[in-house]
Write a protein that binds this ligand. Sequence first.
Ligand SMILES: [Zn+2]
Length: 142
Amino acid sequence: MAKTEVPFRILPRVTDLNRFYWTAGRDGELRFQRCNACKYFMHPPSVLCPRCHSKDLGIEAVSGRGDVHTFSINYQPWMPGLEPPFVLAVVRFPEQEDLRVTTNIVNCAPEDVTFDMPVQVLFEAHVDDEVWIPLFEPSTNA
Ligand SMILES: [Zn+2]
């Protein structure tokens, strides 16, 4: 992929704790930490389970399908490259009621985004930086 095809984006700081999350898109999967003791999914990554305090944590892929819990349309040009209007959203997942990510909704007009709209993950690859940003688009078979 040519560098010019990838829009400018301020990338997350990848650490040993969160690397699995930011690189899972290389395999086309959305992955979260999951407690092996109580099976609680957690995000963002942590060193212990917020529910049972276990440190026995694994990493598990989810379907990558969810829906729009809440969203806002941003019209402010905060930074070059991230051209308004764009949709900032919280997406939730059927795997666990309180498992949510803050993300952008893409591949549709901002005014077409609605609450509870089914969405699916796609990844914006920043291959040189080894970061795959999880974004969401309208689900193809809702
Ligand atoms: Zn737990």
